[in-house]
Design a protein around this ligand. Sequence first.
Ligand SMILES: C[S@@+](CC[C@H](N)C(=O)[O-])C[C@H]1O[C@@H](n2cnc3c(N)ncnc32)[C@H](O)[C@@H]1O
Length: 203
Amino acid sequence: MSGRQDHWQHVYATKTDEQVSWFEASPETSMALLEAAGPVAGAVVIDVGGGASRLVDALLEARAAHVSVLDLSSAALERSKARLGDQSRVAWIATDICDWTPDRRYDLWHDRAAFHFLVDPADRARYVTVLHAALRPGGRAVIGTFALDGPEKCSGLPVARHDAYTLAAALGEGFELIAQQTHEHTTPWGSVQKFQFATFERR
Ligand SMILES: C[S@@+](CC[C@H](N)C(=O)[O-])C[C@H]1O[C@@H](n2cnc3c(N)ncnc32)[C@H](O)[C@@H]1O
């Protein structure tokens, strides 16, 4: 098991939903951005670093055709599986995004607070290669990270903070920035974290 997989397995094995800073009972910002990028109804969607997020529940409710939830931690995916029960429209993928080979094309890609853990430029480049392979031409990616004035760490790990332009530079010429939005997330214990979201279209 890699060091980072070990970290995340431990987090989900030892903390409840409400004990992690990134928890949100209803992923409203992500859903609004995905609907603006979509539509979600009928779309093939992936949530990268989805953890135990309730976004998959909201996507199914919004009639996505198929949802993949990819995360380094199988413990996180097990939690969502237990919550949702058998779902023929969901694929659970336990892997490191940097090592993954997609086997289908997606209309929509979502990542809230996973990309920012890639502090090594080589990992960011691998992520972009995977994103390019997974997203159909014209497909859209909604990526949310800590903003430039957001926290320097998440879950005790260092993060790379971004604005829309550093995200666009990381994704490179294969993607066009089409929308951006800042967001203030309130943690379960009431502190505020500044996020940057950006939506890209695969050329
Ligand atoms: C801060 S949590 C956010 C979880 C979820 N997106 C949400 O908004 O509730 C970051 C998630 O990214 C996952 N993660 C971190 N690095 C990853 C990687 N290299 N590949 C896949 N997942 C990763 C972690 O296991 C964790 O579930």
